[in-house]
Structure formats: structure tokens, C-alpha cells
Write a protein that binds this ligand. Structure first.
Ligand SMILES: O=c1ccn([C@@H]2O[C@H](COP(=O)(O)O)[C@@H](O)[C@H]2O)c(=O)[nH]1
Length: 617
């Protein structure tokens, strides 16, 4: 862990179940390779993961089984360690490559900006050579304009100890927001390609499909159906990501799919046991699959390896932690812009509400930063897509690191001047009910105006898959009160404890993930006190220079201006233009959209904090 990181706390644990073929999986790490310095349950760093993988590989070798490491993309954007340097990623590429990842692919965040995709092409692909797979992703060379696969389309290899044959693919969901130096082929087209049809007919013991794709998303189901059609009996293992949640499912009795969360809070575990050699394959062969979501917590990593603070760190792991420390220091990531007076939550507190980060933005920040001196007298509606905020703000120092953790994007505030208020006021509602509009407009069948991007992409990815708030009124288990662990609290062993302590001394539970996936409720390696999750809208809106809205009275005219400036983040421009059309505003185009304030939203927010929050805590 990094110097100053929160000390991990003991918690009740569930063991890992090893099989013949075992996997460790990371996804959507978004630059959090220093770990979560402020959260004890996720404070291990990439160096600790290097040590962990080393010990786990040694165990696999001792037991004659195999262990593979997988990463399913979105390694960048979302933390100062990647975002704070200029150019971005100056330290990240060398730190990330220290882990021996056996199968790796790209996420959408590697592709939003052309220079990030260039970085993937120039550094990560060569760093991981044949381990990098790009089944549906091409790169366009800036000099020659030539389009080539970003990496090989698939990989066939043998495992180290059992010499099992593996055919592996690496996919990205049908992403359309990529910069113009990459091409993402829709998955339904890729599975029809001759190379894919050849690959799925290779002789193999197991197929491994890794992808920056949620395990419940259509793209994985399409791939599953295509492979299964040609291979009725072969096990197919899926490793997914993108939607930032812990999740697992099966597509049939011989397949298993796991997604391992986000932000390096989770190291996913999957194992498969059974007679894997294809010569033994018959309709009677049964396989057993397990999954665990390992908290990225040093005590947990010690627990799963049977080691302690002295025996766990390897020299390589320590060196990687030191690389991260020196990068964080060179980037001055602990510099504090101000002191957050309270914690503001992204989805752990209801919106609107005093603890919601979006209420804070709407009431305090947006009215102050969305100011164009030349138009200061024009009332405005300022629309902000909630996906532009990525993480909570914790009470205490708000650092340079936190600016990128909270808001990593380069979005700027743009506007359309003098929009009739009667039209502009409808936009927020339309954006927040956009799915309905798409359906009602008939655009899915090709008629009527359509949203050029999936409108749900205005919110954070987890909001795409969790549609209702999850509110825990009471602790779910007796253990949640620090009471004795009962059988109903699953098969737990207290961390750092031989289980012999009197029940009164059991550790209290820390807050964290309590995952309920299609397999059950026993996936998390650590038993946590559950946290609430609140659904938030796609967009929120600050009204500046308008009379305070009175419920049901907006239509009464009088005090309301005839025209307003409609201000929004440039990321949602295509969606705002369509919403204006639906609102009866006619055909506004990109040509009507102008820059409203200089600087990125991230810079403006950091500036606001510097001016408005106390300098020290
Ligand atoms: O410039 C941007 C880019 C992205 N977003 C938001 O991020 C999510 C995508 O997050 P993933 O980590 O790729 O899943 C997207 O839906 C937007 O809400 C943004 O606001 N601005």
C-alpha cells in the first residue's frame, strides 16, 4: 500500500475455491493503481497485486493447477496517477506493465481521445505482445492512414502446468464514441467474420472470452451463441466489465461469466474444475465453476495467500509500490485545493439531498462557474450529465488526485444562446426520459428523429444496470452488528483469526459490497455492512437568474424570461440537440453551439473549491 493509505481493518472472510483452471481478473481500474488511499477496504496498490499474483502462481505450481491473469480494459482516465501528467499516462504505462497479465483487451476509455488510443498502440500493445487481443478493434495509423487490427484477433496457447489448450478472444462492446483513429466493429458482425468462424473451430479444451462488456449485455450473448453453436460441449468462460459492478452469471451449464467491479476495489476470482481435456468431453462431463470478488485489501491478500506483513511483499511488488510513490510525488497528487466540509456521495445518498454531490453542484458550484462575463445578465439553464462525475468527495483534504477521481474528463461548458424559455425548460425532462422518447419516436425502426448516442450514456455505467434504488433499512445479518456470525451469515472465517475467539470479539463489519448476483449472495470474499445505492437521473440542472421555481407554476409566464442561454457539457451536445427538436425548438445544429466558459469543467471545479472551501482542514 502507499504511504499514508488507510490501514486495512479485519473483517470476516470467505475462502477462495481453487479448481484446475483459475483466474484473477481486474477491470475498469481507471488509473487507481495506487489503491484507495482513503478507504481501508480497498487500499492495497498495484505492487501488492504483483506480490499477490506471484504467491498465487507459486501455489498453482505447487498444486499442479493453472492460474491466469486477465484484464478487461478501461485502465485509464479516472485518477491523478494517469490523468495528472502532461501528456497523460507519463508514469502509468511503466507501472501497469509490471503485472504479468496473460490476456488483456481494450475498454472504451482507451479510445475516447485519439492520443489515448495512440498510447495503447505505442505502449500497452507492445508491452503485452501476444497477450493483447483485439477481436473487434482496429487502429488507424496517423501517418499512412492504414487500418490494421490493434492487436491479434485471438490467441491460442497452452497453460503452464497442465498443458490445457485455451482459445481466447478480447472484445469491446459496440462502442460508438471512439476517436477517429480507431474502428470498433459491432460484435454481431465480428462473429460472422471468416477468421472468427475458423477460430471457434480450433481444437481446444476451453474457450476464454474476455471483453469490456457487461456480463448481462447482448454482445456477450451473441458471442456465446456463436461459439456454442460450433462447440456444443466445450466450457466457455467469460470475463466482463464496463458497467462497474460485481456480477456473475451463466449462459448454460458449461459456461460461466464474471465481472469484477471497478476502480481497483475488486480483484475477481474464477475457477473451473472437472475433466477439462477435450478427449474426455461427453454429454456426461460436468464442470464446477466458482467466483469470488476479492476486496483489494492487504489483510485479505495476506489471508488468501496464508502470509503476513513480513512474508507477503515480494521484491518486485515493493519496487512497483515505490514506483507509484515516486510518480504520485512527482505529480504532486497530495496537493490540497481545499478542505471538503463534509462527504458528498455520488449514489450512496439520495438526490436531491444535502449529501448528494449533484445537489452540491446544482446549488453551489454550477451557478458560480457557469458564468460568461459577456452574457452575465442573460438567465440560463445549466445542464450537467451525471456520468461526468465519477466518484464521491470525502470530508477532508480535496487533493489534485481527487479532482481527477471526481471528474477526469476534458469536457467544456458550451451553450446555445437565446433559446425560447418555453423550449429550453423541457430539455432536462426529455434527457432524463430519453429511453422513452427513443421508443415513442419509432426511431428504433428507422423513422422519426433518433438520439445519435445511447441516451443512457449520460449517467454513470452502474446506473445503466441498476434501475431501482437499493436501500438497506436494517443490517442484513447478525454479523452486521458485530454480533456472532451465524450459519446464515454464509461460510465465513474471520480475517486474521483462527475462529477460536469468543463471539463478542468478532470484528465489526466495514461498509462495502454485499453482492447479489445470479449465482447467489456468497460472492464477496469479505462480509460487509451493506451500503445504499440511489438511482440518479441522467442529468441535473441549475437555474441561474430565473425566479425560484414554484411547483406547478412554471407555465404561468409573468416573471419568467422569454429567452435563456442553454448551457451544457459538450459531451452531451448531440443529445441536447435532439432533445431541443423534441421540445419543439426546431433544428438547432452543432453550428449553434458555442463555448460558454474557458477551461475544462474539472479545472473550473478545482478553482471553485480553492476559492470556497477552507484551505486547511
Ligand atoms: O467525456 C466523457 C466521457 C464519458 N463520460 C461518462 O462516462 C460514462 C462511461 O463510463 P465508462 O467508465 O466507460 O463505463 C459515459 O456513460 C458518460 O456518462 C462523460 O460524462 N464524459
Amino acid at each position: 500500500a502507499q504511504p499514508g493509505a488507510a490501514e486495512p481493518v479485519p473483517a470476516p472472510m470467505r475462502d477462495l475455491v481453487w479448481g484446475r483452471l483459475n483466474f484473477l481478473h481486474t477491470t475498469d481500474t481507471h488509473g487507481w493503481h495506487a489503491g484507495h488511499l482513503q478507504e481501508p477496504q480497498y487500499s492495497a496498490d498495484w505492487g501488492d497485486y504483483v506480490s499477490f499474483a506471484h504467491h498465487m502462481r507459486e501455489k498453482a505450481d505447487r498444486d499442479g493447477v493453472d492460474l491466469l491473469l486477465v484484464d478487461t480494459g478501461d485502465r485509464v482516465e479516472g485518477n491523478g496517477l494517469y490523468d495528472a501528467s502532461s501528456p497523460k499516462g507519463e508514469y502509468y504505462y511503466d507501472i501497469y506493465r509490471q503485472q504479468d497479465v496473460d490476456i488483456i483487451c481494450s475498454g472504451n476509455h482507451e479510445l475516447y481521445i485519439a492520443s489515448t488510443a495512440d498510447g495503447e498502440h505505442r505502449y500497452t500493445v507492445p508491452n503485452f505482445k501476444e497477450n493483447y487481443i483485439a477481436s473487434n478493434l482496429d487502429y488507424i495509423d496517423p501517418e499512412s492512414g492504414e487500418k490494421t487490427p490493434l492487436a491479434q484477433r485471438y490467441r491460442k496457447f497452452q497453460t503452464k502446468n497442465q498443458k490445457l489448450d485455451v482459445v481466447a478472444f478480447g472484445f469491446l462492446f459496440d462502442f460508438t464514441g471512439n476517436a477517429n483513429n480507431t474502428v470498433v466493429q459491432p460484435v454481431r458482425e465480428t462473429v460472422r467474420e471468416p477468421w472468427f468462424q475458423t477460430a471457434i473451430r480450433e481444437e481446444t479444451d476451453v474457450f476464454v472470452v474476455i471483453g469490456h462488456v457487461g456480463v448481462q449485455m447482448l454482445e456477450f450473448k451473441i458471442i456465446f451463441r456463436a461459439i456454442r453453436k460450433a462447440n456444443p460441449l466445450t466450457p466457455i468462460l467469460f470475463f466482463g466489465g464496463h458497467v462497474h459492478i460485481r456480477d456473475a452469471t451463466t449462459y448454460d451449464a458449461r459456461s460461466f461469466a464474471v465481472a469484477s467491479g471497478r476502480y481497483f476495489e475488486t480483484i475477481g476470482w474464477m475457477s473451473i474444475d472437472g475433466e477439462l481435456e477435450r478427449k474426455a468431453l461427453s454429454t456426461d462431463t460436468n464442470f464446477s465453476f466458482t467466483r469470488r470478488y476479492i476486496d483489494n485489501n492487504l489483510l485479505g491478500l495476506h489471508y488468501h495467500t496464508g502470509l503476513d506483513a513480513n512474508t507477503f511483499p515480494t521484491e518486485h511488488g515493493r519496487n512497483v509500490s515505490a514506483m507509484i510513490t515516486s510518480a504520485r510525488s512527482a505529480l504532486d497528487l497530495d496537493y490540497a485545493f481545499g478542505c471538503a466540509p463534509q462527504t458528498f456521495w455520488l449514489s450512496r445518498a439520495p438526490y436531491p439531498g444535502d449529501d448528494s454531490i449533484f445537489t452540491w453542484l446544482e446549488k453551489d458550484v454550477l451557478p458560480d462557474i457557469a458564468v460568461n462575463p459577456a452574457r452575465a445578465d442573460v438567465p440560463r439553464l445549466v445542464i450537467f450529465n451525471t456520468g461526468a462525475i465519477r466518484f464521491d468527495i470525502f470530508q477532508g483534504p480535496f487533493t489534485r488526485d481527487a479532482t481527477f477521481i471526481v471528474s477526469p474528463f476534458l469536457s467544456k461548458m458550451v451553450y446555445i444562446p437565446d433559446v425560447p424559455y418555453a423550449v429550453a425548460r423541457k430539455v432536462i425532462g426529455l434527457l432524463n426520459n430519453a429511453g422513452k422518447i427513443v421508443a415513442e419516436s419509432g426511431s428504433e425502426s428507422g423513422s422519426g428523429p433518433s438520439f445519435p448516442r445511447d441516451p443512457r450514456f449520460m449517467a454513470n455505467p452502474e446506473q445503466l444496470v441498476i434501475h431501482e434504488s437499493v436501500i438497506h433499512e436494517l443490517p442484513v445479518s447478525n454479523a452486521a452488528n458485530g454480533g456472532p456470525l451465524l450459519d446464515t451469515d454464509f461460510q465465513q472465517k474471520p480475517l486474521g483469526d483462527d475462529g477460536a475467539k469468543p463471539t463478542g470479539q468478532r470484528p465489526r463489519l466495514t461498509e462495502g459490497y454485499t453482492t447479489h448476483d445470479d449465482i447467489g449472495r456468497d460472492g464477496d470474499d469479505t462480509v460487509h455492512q451493506p451500503v445504499n445505492f440511489y438511482v440518479v437521473p441522467n442529468c441535473v440542472q441549475a437555474e441561474v437568474g430565473l425566479p425560484p421555481a414554484v411547483e406547478g407554476k412554471e407555465n404561468q409566464g409573468g416573471d419568467f424570461p422569454e429567452k435563456v442561454d442553454l448551457v451544457f457539457l459538450d459531451f452531451i451536445t448531440p443529445l441536447v440537440l435532439v432533445a431541443l427538436k423534441f421540445a419543439g425548438g426546431g433544428d438547432y445544429t452543432e453550428g449553434d453551439v458555442k463555448l460558454y466558459v474557458e477551461g475544462t469543467f474539472t479545472e473550473l471545479m478545482a478553482g471553485w473549491i480553492e476559492e470556497n472551501w477552507p484551505k486547511t482542514c
